[in-house]
Design a protein around this ligand. Sequence first.
Ligand SMILES: *[C@@H]1O[C@H](CO)[C@@H](O)[C@H](O)[C@H]1NC(C)=O
Ligand SMILES: *[C@@H]1O[C@H](CO)[C@@H](O)[C@H](O)[C@H]1NC(C)=O
Ligand SMILES: *[C@@H]1O[C@H](CO)[C@@H](O)[C@H](O)[C@H]1NC(C)=O
Length: 422
Amino acid sequence: GDLFCSAEQVSLTVSLSPCLRQSDCALTVVENSEEGEGGAVGSEESQEEVTEVVQPSEQWKTLSPGQAVPAGSHVRLNLQTGQREVRLGEEQLKYWTEEHRCVGRGHLIHDVVCPLFISSSFRPMEELKKDMAQLDLLVETDVQIMRRLLEQFNNSSSTTEQRLKVLLELEYLVHQVDNAQSLCSLGGLPLVLQGLNSSDVRLQENSAFVLGSALSSNPAVQVQAVEGGALQMLLTALATAQPLRVKKKVLFAVAALLRHFPHAQLHFLSKGGFQVLTELFRADAGGVLRARIVTMLYDMISEKSGLDLVSDESHQERVRQYHQVPVEAELLEKGWCGLAPQLLQSTEHDHREKVGGALRALLAMAPTCWHVYRSDTSLLGSLRSLQEQYHDMVQSEMIIGEESSYYADILELVQALQVRMK
Ligand SMILES: *[C@@H]1O[C@H](CO)[C@@H](O)[C@H](O)[C@H]1NC(C)=O
Ligand SMILES: *[C@@H]1O[C@H](CO)[C@@H](O)[C@H](O)[C@H]1NC(C)=O
Ligand SMILES: *[C@@H]1O[C@H](CO)[C@@H](O)[C@H](O)[C@H]1NC(C)=O
């Protein structure tokens, strides 16, 4: 009765057999033509030959009977539809339906891909569940992978190379919101923060990268990071990190920590964050960091000044919190009204792409900075030459479509700034 699938349903049975070499391993899918419950005909399983090997892509693709996929693919079983779905796998078969992703099982087969012989057949639900439970033991969930990675990172007998590899794997995983939160609940945050203070710059760089990715658009992680002392660690790293590429990653993590988080912004300012940014800006003659720093300032200013645009029940609280962040006073005090316009003087090749961002930031800062701008002769000169240059571009009939609207946008920003400075 209830234990059996109805004739309309296709259920899946998964059986496992171990393989020793990776090359032996392939997922074979076979259709079972057996009739349903109480079926009169052919109670023996008949397995069809594999007729086709499907190359998985980045998108989930439904597998048809008789189709097989290469070892290392991600395969999931959808128990509701009975469909097997496949996509490219960076590791191996670790994605299954949510019901089969459970936390806390300790058996790992991260390094062995086993062949899974999946056949569509009509099986008692209990039997099906038993097979699935067996699979759970063999399929490593993301949480299990992260636990294993963190243990390896934390193990004093691990080498630097192993730790670097662990960080890169973590960085890949924490792009998923729930994985980033698992990083916290598994106690990984303090380990990664300590990595920022490592004497090995590669560990610093990769730790900052993991942190930045975990923090991006993830308020729960942002809160826990601040509670775990991330601001101070990041500020220290920002002030002391040496190679440029480490500074870049640390700045990425700082920006991700501060974004839409006035509480963190307030503490960043009160711990001298703008001073550190000022020193970075001045020292960054090559200009690689400059645009990123000014973008960060722009984000903070525009979050605060854009508050009126969104009105919901937490609006009042947001206004109150942003009100406490003294961005404007800090901009003035640390000399940003004079520094930021230097971005327009850049002679870099990618200057053109950065001009728009620089102009938008200057415009956002204008209410605070206009009296400084007005006496900045080199800013006036830069704007005048941009205006001539872009005016000509817009007039030119050689430029059409997107290009043309890009030039028109820049011209509009230049003119808006000139108006503010009159
Ligand atoms: C650390 O790694 C070594 C070598 O892989 C292993 O033998 C040891 O059990 C690990 N220690 C801990 C505390 O996990
Ligand atoms: C790291 O190791 C220490 C001691 O060896 C242990 O107390 C701590 O819980 C470990 N942390 C993680 C996240 O595994
Ligand atoms: C950073 O490392 C130094 C030197 O190894 C150590 O003295 C200091 O306590 C560390 N700081 C933090 C916050 O872990």
